[in-house]
Every structure is written in structure tokens, then in C-alpha cells.
Design a protein around this ligand. Structure first.
Ligand code: NDP
Length: 396
């Protein structure tokens, strides 16, 4: 029997890696739905190649192009937020949640609420809606398979182990492209420098998150929800080679680690075939060639995002959602050239300190309201930063 799969965010880095694996195992998988934001031409081409049943664009203005590109193929075309949620509820064996940002939350939640097997790359959704999403997993009986390489590594190290016998979980971090930069050097980095990750080839947003180390902060919160050992048992360790993807230490002081080349197709393959394994064309690990694996403590002074994320999840309530929303807005502003690299974490901190919603989130709709309001707040902060820059330019 072919396993039926749907991929949300199919035109992105994780989506395309997933499709690359399916391309190598065509006789084992059948594609049901593929989605994109506005990239109608790319999603139509993928839907044709994989003979999908349905292609969806989130952006309704891209619908006409999608429909034209699929004319005569028999592949259904749809558009808009509700169409994404409807696609997530379709009968399917396996769903890849790889939309970037909190925009992925409605479809990810819809798949979870329908009790599906969900491979989760879309970390921002879990960071924002953590407790609500995990409650939905328990209620519906959905299987949540972590795709982030670190969480996939922990998931693999935990298989056969007992969570209450874990002494410590260590999330490894490459440290990003500016691991050894001074604060002064970081101040002047450009978007082009920040998206160029030394080890991983990823989408723009996660590449910037890796450079600020907010990615590791988001992953800390992700790990807190996925692996309930308590926040004080989750550590972060910088490991520049990105060979050890994470580690689990048990109470007997045995430490299990998962290793592999830095290629997202490896953790994706593990989730795609779970609980089995499939062959990949990835580069096997060659430790003799790598020679040395090194480790260092993260520097919280230069990478304050780590401190902000730990504080946000310690405080709980709306804080992780505010942090995530402000970060998404700040990263977009940095990529647009509106703010500097160091402004990203500063802006997230200002939003965390300055914006306080009236109520704690008790349902997903509350969360959407908090997310939207935090974005407005963060945009206003960006406006202030850009006005200051403008005034400085005029007076100099
Ligand atoms: P990309 O930017 O490469 O791709 C994002 C995908 O989401 C695209 O298909 C894009 O469509 C779609 N999308 C963007 N905005 C929206 C929206 N508003 N509504 C619906 N769809 C949208 O991202 P990545 O693949 O790098 O990352 C995806 C997720 O996986 C992120 O949460 C990231 O943190 C996580 N992740 C990524 C890793 C990686 O190696 N890339 C590793 C681990 C986790 P379109 O093409 O039309 O814009």
C-alpha cells in the first residue's frame, strides 16, 4: 500500500527536500495535497510532477494563475486560508507541516485535531500555541513527529528509553555564521551575510534565526513541549560542525547522541518512513575526514535571544507567542533593510517587556488575537527605530 502524503509549504526548503525523498521512492508514496503561499507556478509544476490531487495557494490573488497552470490536468486548485485548513483535514496517512512562521498554525492545528500523523517542521506554530497544540495532540490521538534535526535526533535517542529516566537533553547549535563575531562586527552585518549559514541550506527566515540564535531559542521552547522533562533539564551546547544533532543523557549517565551529515533530508526521511527507515542519497557521515568535533558554551551576551526564549517559556502564558510574533516581524524588517541585525533581538525584548495582552490564551482564537496584536506592537517599534535612523541621518 502506498502511503498518502500532503505537504504544507511544498515550495520551501523543507517541502522540496521532502519531495526529493518522495521522488526517490515514488512507488511507496502518493501525493494528495501540496500547498504554497503565492508561488503558483512552482506549486503547479510540483503538483503536475507528483500527480497530486489538490494544489492550494494561501494567497488568493495567486488563484487565477494556479488554475490556469493546472488547466486540463484534473488536479484541483484552491486558494485562501480556509482552503488550507480544508486541505489539512483531507484523508491522508502523513502530513508535512512546513509552512514558515505562525501562518502555518491553522493548517497544522487542523491536521492535529483530525488525528493525523503530522511531521512538524513549522516550529513557530508549536512555540506560539505550545500547550494548546499538545493538548490537541493528546485529545485527538495525532502522532507528532519532530522534523527539526535536533528534535528528530532527540526523538530517535528516546526511542526505547523512558522519558522519566532522562537526566538531561542537550540541544546542539552550530552557532550560526557570526559565532565568533564581536558585537561591534555583528552590528554591521547585512541580510546577505546573515542568510549564508555555514552548514545548512535553509529558507531565509530560519537562516536569520540561526544567525541571531533565536532559532535555538525557538527550539528550546519546541523541546520543552515535545519532551516533557522540565526546562531545567534542557541545555544548549554550541557544536560548530553540526554533526551531533542532539543528545539525551539518562539517569545512569549513559548519553545517546544522533549523528549525521547536515542535510535536512535525513531527519525528514526518518519522519517520512516512521516507524520504518528508507534509504536516502545523502552523504554518509565520514568522521575520519571530519577529524574533530568541538563544543563550547553559548554566549548569551552576544546572543540575547537565548535568554529571551528561556525567560518567555519560564513565564509562559502569552509570552512565547509574543516573542515569536515580534521575531517574525523583526526578521522581515531586517531582510527588508529597515533595521539592523542587533535590532532584531532588541526589538523582541522590547515587545516582550512592553506588550501585555489583557487575557491569557485559552483557545486558538485567543492566540491568533495575541499574535496579531503583538505584530502591530512590533511594527510600531520598527517605525520608531526607522524614524530614529532617519533623524540621525538628517542631523549628521
Ligand atoms: P521556506 O521559506 O523555504 O518555505 C516556506 C514555505 O511556506 C513555502 O512553501 C512558502 O510558499 C510557504 N509560505 C510562506 N508564507 C506562507 C503563508 N503566509 N501562508 C502559507 N504558506 C506560506 O521555509 P523553510 O522550508 O526553510 O522552513 C519551513 C519551516 O520549517 C519553518 O518553520 C522553519 O523554521 C522549519 N525548519 C526548516 C529547516 C530548514 O532546513 N529549512 C530546518 C528545520 C526546521 P511560497 O513558496 O509560495 O512563498
Amino acid at each position: 500500500m502506498k502511503r498518502s502524503v500532503s505537504i504544507f509549504g511544498a515550495t520551501g526548503s523543507v517541502g522540496l527536500s521532502t519531495l526529493d525523498l518522495i521522488r526517490q521512492h515514488r512507488s511507496d508514496y502518493r501525493v494528495v495535497a501540496l500547498t504554497a503561499n503565492g508561488n503558483a507556478a512552482a506549486i503547479a509544476q510540483l503538483a503536475r510532477e507528483f500527480d497530486a490531487e489538490l494544489a492550494v495557494v494561501a494567497d488568493e490573488t495567486a488563484y487565477a494563475d494556479l488554475k490556469d497552470a493546472l488547466a486540463g490536468t484534473g488536479i484541483e486548485a484552491a486558494a485562501g486560508a480556509e482552503a488550507l485548513v480544508e486541505a489539512a483535514r483531507r484523508d491522508v496517512d502523513w502530513t508535512m507541516a512546513s509552512i514558515v512562521g505562525c501562518a502555518g498554525l491553522p493548517s497544522t492545528m487542523a491536521a492535529i485535531e483530525a488525528g493525523k500523523t503530522v511531521a512538524l517542521a513549522n516550529k513557530e506554530a508549536l512555540v506560539s500555541a505550545g500547550a494548546l497544540m499538545m493538548a490537541a495532540v493528546r485529545r485527538s490521538g495525532a502522532a507528532l513527529l519532530p522534523v527539526d534535526s535536533e528534535h528528530n535526533a532527540i526523538f530517535q535517542c528516546l526511542s526505547g528509553g523512558k522519558i522519566d529516566q532522562v537526566r538531561k537533553i542537550t540541544l546542539t547549535a552550530s552557532g550560526g555564521p557570526f559565532r565568533s563575531f564581536s558585537l561591534e562586527e555583528m552590528r554591521g552585518v547585512t541580510p546577505a551575510q546573515a542568510v549564508a549559514h555555514p552548514n545548512w541550506d535553509m529558507g531565509a527566515k530560519i537562516s536569520i534565526d540561526s544567525a541571531t540564535m533565536m532559532n535555538k531559542g525557538l527550539e528550546l521552547i519546541e523541546a520543552y513541549h515535545l519532551f516533557p522533562v522540565g526546562l531545567d533539564k534542557i541545555d544548549i551546547l554550541v557544536h560548530p560542525q553540526s554533526v551531533i544533532h542532539s543528545m539525551v543523557e539518562y539517569v545512569d549517565c549513559s548519553t545517546l547522541a544522533q549523528l549525521g551529515s547536515p542535510d535536512m533530508r535525513i531527519p525528514i526521511a526518518s519522519a517520512l518512513a516512521w516507524p520504518e527507515r528508507i534509504a536516502t542519497s545523502c552523504k554518509p557521515l565520514d568522521l575520519a575526514n571530519i577529524g574533530q568535533l568541538t563544543f563550547e558554551q553559548p554566549d548569551i551576551a552576544r546572543f540575547p535571544a537565548l535568554r529571551l526564549a528561556r525567560a518567555a517559556i519560564s513565564e509562559g502564558g502569552a509570552k512565547p507567542a509574543i516573542m515569536n510574533a515580534a521575531n517574525e516581524v523583526a526578521v522581515a524588517a531586517f531582510l527588508n533593510g529597515q533595521i539592523g541585525f542587533l535590532d532584531i533581538a532588541a526589538l523582541v525584548e522590547d515587545a516582550l517587556c512592553g506588550y501585555a495582552p489583557n487575557n491569557l490564551p485559552t483557545c486558538i482564537d485567543d492566540l491568533f488575537s495575541i499574535d496579531a496584536a503583538a505584530r502591530v506592537y512590533a511594527q510600531a517599534l520598527i517605525q520608531k527605530v526607522t524614524e530614529c535612523q532617519w533623524n540621525r541621518q538628517i542631523s549628521s
